[in-house]
Design a binder for this molecule. Structure first.
Ligand code: ATP
Ligand code: MG
Length: 392
């Protein structure tokens, strides 16, 4: 079970591990409803710390720091998965941790995640683990090329991955290193579309699921989302019920993003689980009565879940950095000339090429129209360097 069941009402404090953009958006929503916020993040400039009441400045995986966060909060949740399970257990000894350390453990390690999916009969790409260069070569031979090789944990935005399309790529893949444990070798799936869905599960087991969205990645980084995905109703329903059954099997409290591949014949393979708000669900801030962040808070506070209806077709385009160093966004007036467009920036102090710095959402008559509007707005934006002399 996930702790006591008395609801945490506004006035209580939410402890958030992770002060990146997800921690920030969760904190902003918590504050909007009148909750206090304590954030744990190693960076003094963390985007989430800028909007928190309390900032515990320490590494995520320091059990002492997590305990310190727990003592300042009424419930602890995660905006990152890169924390030690021991740390989460340490917090659990003091306060309700939602989702629990058990849910976190199942999702944060690719091999445990694959085992979990397999045990629950959830289809996923064929994979093998490889603890040495020889095992890697054997796994690639068995699965057939091309393969994608992934580090076992803490990869994100496609980092810690290598594609093996010919035997000459094996060395680069082995260079990912075996010191963290076996690498995960997956067959490369020739999907027709990537999909994602965010499911929410409350403390009492209540479930609500957002629409299935189409995601487009560029070199492993999420680039675009359109909602809803153009799918036959029966496929969309199957995806949503799959996500709900995964949430239940995980004994999830909070929101869960499920990333999937759609194959030619309508078959679905699950790529990844994230038991937290997710970049593919940012559109819900503008397009749904209850955003994924508000939903996560309701779930972890033991409150009834809100509506996940899509009020209008929507799209999101991520804003990635192009320069290194402090950067300022230019072209905002042009981007916002379309009243259907919203700009969201994370407040990151430093930019670098391809770092996620914010996103544009747009509503439209259709998902295509929304995406077109979001792309047009994004095209008028550019990053400019902030000269040292004008830095605060
Ligand atoms: P995230 O930022 O979502 O945490 P990640 O670094 O954990 O990303 P994955 O989701 O595993 O990485 O992979 C990133 C992207 O790479 C996928 O969305 C997909 O586009 C591509 N990809 C990963 N695995 C496969 C596969 N087996 N077959 C085809 N494409 C894949
Ligand atoms: Mg992913």
């Amino acid at each position: 079970m996930s702790g006591g069941t008395a609801p945490l009402l506004p006035g209580a404090t939410i402890g958030i591990v992770g002060g990146g953009q997800l921690g920030r958006m969760l904190a902003l929503d918590a504050r909007r409803v009148g909750y206090g916020v304590a954030v744990l993040d190693p960076s003094p400039l963390a985007p989430g710390a800028q909007v928190a009441d309390v900032h515990v400045t320490a590494p995520f995986d320091d059990p002492e720091a997590i305990r310190a966060l727990a003592t300042r909060a009424d419930v602890v949740t995660f905006a990152v998965e890169r924390i030690s399970v021991e740390g989460a257990r340490a917090a659990e000894a003091l306060r309700p941790v939602r989702p629990s350390s058990v849910t976190l453990a199942a999702c944060q390690h690719r091999l445990r995640e694959k085992a979990f999916l397999y045990e629950h009969g959830v289809p996923a790409p064929p994979w093998r683990e490889a603890g040495s260069p020889a095992a890697l070569e054997a796994a690639v031979r068995l699965l057939g090329m091309p393969c994608i090789v992934k580090i076992p944990f803490f990869g994100y935005d496609g980092r810690g991955q290598a594609r093996v399309s010919s035997p000459s790529d094996l060395n680069d893949a082995a260079a990912l290193g075996f010191e963290r444990g076996p690498l995960v070798v997956e067959r490369h799936i020739p999907f027709v579309m990537e999909l994602a869905v965010v499911a929410a599960r409350g403390l009492n087991g209540e479930r609500r699921t957002y629409p299935v969205v189409r995601t487009v990645h560029d070199e492993g980084i999420l680039a675009e989302v359109s909602a809803p995905a153009a799918l036959p109703d029966r496929v969309a329903e199957r995806v949503r019920s799959l996500a709900e059954s995964i949430a239940t099997a995980l004994d999830l409290v909070g929101v869960l993003a499920v990333e999937m591949f759609l194959l030619e014949r309508g078959e679905i393979l699950v790529n990844e689980l994230a038991p937290r708000p997710h970049n593919s669900g940012h559109y819900t801030i503008n397009a749904c009565p209850t955003s994924q962040f508000q939903q996560h808070l309701r779930a972890i506070c033991g409150l009834p879940l809100g509506s996940t209806d899509l009020l209008r077709p929507a799209a999101m385009v991520n804003l990635l950095g192009t320069l290194r160093g402090p950067a300022r966004l230019a072209g905002v007036e042009e981007a916002l000339a379309d009243p259907a467009v919203s700009l969201h920036l994370y407040g990151k102090a430093e930019a670098w090429p391809r770092r996620t710095l914010g996103y544009i959402t747009a509503l439209g008559a259709t998902p295509e129209d929304a995406l077109e509007r979001a792309r047009r707005a994004t095209a008028s934006l550019r990053w400019e360097p902030v000269s040292e002399s004008v830095r605060p």
